[in-house]
Design a protein around this ligand. Structure first.
Ligand SMILES: [Zn+2]
Length: 421
């Protein structure tokens, strides 16, 4: 989690204020501005927890805040309690309560975790890296069977997490937010795995599939935020007085700043940085005058020059997926071809995704495509790889679009899975 202190602004400050509000020591608007009242509340919280009350929210304070961020409470089991009776008291199903306490014997005197009801994915916040980390933590408490790891670090040394649903033989890899101002794809992907996991726990069907059995049929890997530094820049989590922010601003060009930013924090467009006709892409961009770092479209000096793209390539080689989808925004199109190397079943899977929503079309990107993640995956693995351009509007799509983007993407992501079974 980012260290935050007096005068900081942004989505992480909102998270902090929500936690302090929940603790009952902050009564002001959760406005994302770390002012004197937030400072005082942090000091109070720190004093209560025996921490140095300096008003700076660093690793120790974040750790103490964790149960508040996780949106859980503790409950001491009394004699006569059953999983169903305790779950009912808090609006959960007994299966949900037990899922969050996989090691519990459910005996009197034992303390268990009771999660809040409802989704844990923040649908009303600019989705920065720390917001994602907080939501992943909350998600893993509810669904401890989700595998979790880190594929590497971004240029600013932020962890790039990976989640895994299931242990089955069919290997599927979904990723999101290669592009900074497409960060809405991160919570969209997390909401998808949340609903899938909830269906599995409650033994419900998930888009006509038996969600519980899916855990034995597929291994679904998810990298929800390929480009954390870029997302932090666009969401306002990266403070304006940092060197990284000032560098980005110095190479902003004509693009709106920071909202027009797509690249990583070093000014390389990660979805032009993969080794798929990379040289051709580099030359084509050079002819357009895009051969130096900037907010979008720069390929980088060589393929996989960036820590984020090389971590993605390493993970992809390691898991060797049978199919991949990279989520982008916007335009409601699905790209499935690359230079004639796509396998025959790509069209069938693409058509099934299109049929699942009736809002999207199979297409080719506007202009030649080089160096994209799906390009590289199709070329090197000869397996179906897709880019889906979610939603419609201008990037970054506003958080108010979140629910509608979720509604139209979930059937396609589910169709991708069912076509592989
Ligand atoms: Zn994109």
């Amino acid at each position: 989690m980012d260290i935050v202190k007096l005068n900081h602004r942004g989505p992480v400050v909102v998270l902090l204020q929500r936690a302090l509000t929940r603790a009952g020591i902050f009564y002001d608007a959760n406005d994302g501005i770390f002012g004197p009242k937030t400072f005082k509340a942090v000091q109070t919280f720190q004093r209560d927890f025996g921490l140095t009350s300096d008003g700076i929210v660093g690793p120790r304070t974040w750790k103490a805040l964790k149960p508040l961020l996780d949106r859980t409470r503790r409950y001491r089991i009394k004699s006569g309690d059953t999983p169903a009776s305790v779950a009912a008291k808090y609006g959960l199903t007994d299966k949900e309560l037990l899922a969050a306490n996989p090691d519990s014997a459910f005996i009197s005197g034992e303390t268990i975790i009771v999660p809040d009801t409802g989704s844990v994915i923040s649908s009303d916040l600019a989705y920065s890296h720390s917001v994602m980390l907080a939501d992943i933590s909350a998600l893993r408490i509810r669904y401890p069977f989700l595998g979790h790891g880190t594929i590497g670090k971004s240029a600013r040394k932020r962890d790039i997490p990976v989640l895994r649903f299931g242990r089955g033989p069919v290997r599927i890899f979904y990723n999101a937010a290669h592009h900074a101002n497409e960060y809405i794809t991160t919570p969209v992907l997390l909401r998808f795995v949340e609903e899938l996991s909830s269906s599995a726990v409650n033994a419900r069907r998930f888009f006509k599939m038996d969600a519980r059995r899916l855990r034995g049929a597929i291994s679904l890997f998810l990298v929800p935020m390929v480009n954390p530094d870029g997302a932090d820049l666009v969401t306002g989590a990266l403070q304006a007085n940092t060197e990284a922010y000032r560098y980005a601003e110095s190479i902003r060009g004509d693009a709106p700043f920071p909202l027009g930013w797509k690249a990583n924090i070093r000014g390389v467009d990660l979805n032009n940085n993969y080794p798929a006709l990379f040289e051709e892409g580099y030359e084509a961009k050079t002819e357009l005058g895009i051969n130096f770092p900037g907010p979008r479209d720069y390929t980088g000096p060589k393929a996989l020059s960036e820590p984020e793209s090389s971590a993605m390539a390493r993970l992809t080689r390691e898991i060797s997926p049978d199919m991949t989808i990279a989520l982008h925004t916007q335009g409601r199109e699905i790209y499935y071809r690359f230079n004639g190397t796509e396998p025959p079943n790509a069209l069938r899977i693409g058509e099934a995704m299109v049929a699942s929503t009736a809002l999207y079309t199979l297409a080719d990107p506007p202009g030649p495509s080089y160096g994209g993640y799906k390009d590289w995956f199709i070329q090197d693995f000869r397996k179906p790889g897709f880019t889906i351009e979610l939603g419609s509007g201008q990037n970054p799509l506003p958080v108010s679009e979140f629910d509608s983007v979720c509604r139209e993407s979930a059937p396609m992501l589910a169709a991708g899975i069912s076509q592989m079974l």
